[in-house]
Design a protein around this ligand. Structure first.
Ligand code: NAD
Length: 349
């Protein structure tokens, strides 16, 4: 008990943090989760869960007391609609969280500190084409990141490097590329493309229509949450201090993503493209050369498998909140899935 690794996960009420806490518990760690809110869809597995606003330095000092390792995932963030319309709030809130968490962790003698950065740090002028070359870590410079969210993440990466340079404070920098999976926000404006598309497809009638932001030809890669958590643990355990991509390197268009989800749902749907909505950069993909070199590993769960699990979870959520009504066929399909231990979903994809 006394020699268990003591880990702090900030943002533990959020999507990635919640899954990470569960995994760290499975690994035998003692875990403190901190957030300004509780997890939305199930209780945290953390040994301690504290509600704290990490923009306040004193809260960061208290959150990181008696801890060995920090995974700093707390951030004000959301999908493309949210991050393009809240530039000042996101920048101010996240600069405060990141600067205060770093200094509080140093003062508390934390042994390792991981910062969750984003592919939004990459230079926009390198992402103008849908069939772009995958982004290598050095493509973040000369800097031209996403306004607000991207600039703030890029500077927080730099800050982590300065702490290593000046204090030999052990930092890790992870650039996530679009993480998705069950227990992620799927409505309300902060959801991201895979969850929004799963919700829209689940709610649509077969042979009906769904709205897509932009012309749908913008490209992205998507990483399933299980791979994300695996990568986080591996990067924390490595001795690599520089920013590292953590993403899947299979690039798809948003239209292809919709087709995959429609196939999982067994629906034929028309796409109505709304060109007035934000779509972000035209193309983005992860170059995993360095990740493979450092870890000897890269994300491996297929988009078909991950989307099937995500779609099923969102559909069940919509049933439970009454936005979808179960038919006899749904009941029968759910029963078959439970009898087969959930494997039918994977086979169907
Ligand atoms: P999330 O929004 O689900 O989780 C972030 C959590 O931080 C939320 O629960 C939120 O309440 C909490 N938080 C916000 N302000 C806070 C404050 N002042 N004090 C304490 N907690 C606060 O997001 P996520 O998808 O789990 O992302 C986790 C991290 O990964 C974030 O840093 C995010 O920027 C980064 N990231 C995520 C993705 C992705 O695709 N999910 C992509 C790139 C980067």
């Amino acid at each position: 008990m006394a020699n268990k690794m003591r880990v702090l996960v900030t943002g533990a009420g959020g999507f990635i943090g919640h899954h990470l806490v569960k995994r760290l518990k499975d690994e035998g760690c003692w875990v403190r989760g901190v957030d300004i809110k509780n997890p939305e869809y199930e209780e945290s597995a953390a040994d301690e869960f504290e509600i704290r606003d990490l923009r306040e330095f004193s809260n960061c000092l208290l959150a990181s007391r008696g801890i060995d390792q920090v995974y700093n995932l707390a951030a004000d963030m959301g999908g493309i609609g949210y991050i393009t319309s809240h530039l000042a709030d996101i920048s101010r809130n996240n600069i405060l969280i990141n600067a205060h968490m770093l200094e509080a962790s140093r003062l508390n003698g934390i042994k390792r500190f991981l910062f969750s950065s984003s592919a939004c740090v990459y230079a926009q002028y390198k992402q103008k084409s849908p069939d772009l070359t995958p982004l290598k870590e050095e493509d973040a410079y000369p800097a031209d990141p996403e306004p607000g969210y991207g600039w703030e993440k890029l500077f927080a990466e730099e800050l982590g490097r300065y702490y290593w340079h000046d204090y030999k404070f052990e930092t890790r920098q992870v650039r996530f590329h679009n993480v998705y999976g069950p227990l992620g926000t799927y409505e309300g404006g902060k959801e991201k493309a895979p969850a929004a598309i799963c919700r829209k497809v689940a709610l649509a009638e077969d042979r009906g229509e769904i709205e897509i932001w932009g012309d749908g030809e913008q490209t992205r890669s998507f990483m399933y949450i299980q791979d994300c958590v695996e990568g986080l643990l591996r990067i924390m355990a490595s001795d690599y201090h520089e920013p590292l991509n953590l993403g899947n390197d299979r690039m798809v268009t948003i239209n292809e993503l919709v087709d995959l989800v429609s196939a999982i749902a067994g629906k034929q749907l028309r796409k109505r493209h709304d060109l007035s909505k934000p779509q972000g950069v035209r193309g983005r993909n992860s170059d995993n050369t360095r990740l493979l070199h450092v870890l000897g590993w890269q994300p491996e769960i297929s988009l078909e498998h991950g989307l099937a699990a995500t779609y099923e979870w969102i559909k069940e959520e919509l049933f439970s909140i009454g936005q979808l009504v179960k038919s006899v066929e749904d009941d029968e399909a759910a029963w078959l899935t439970s009898v087969r231990g959930g494997n039918s979903l994977v086979q169907k994809a």
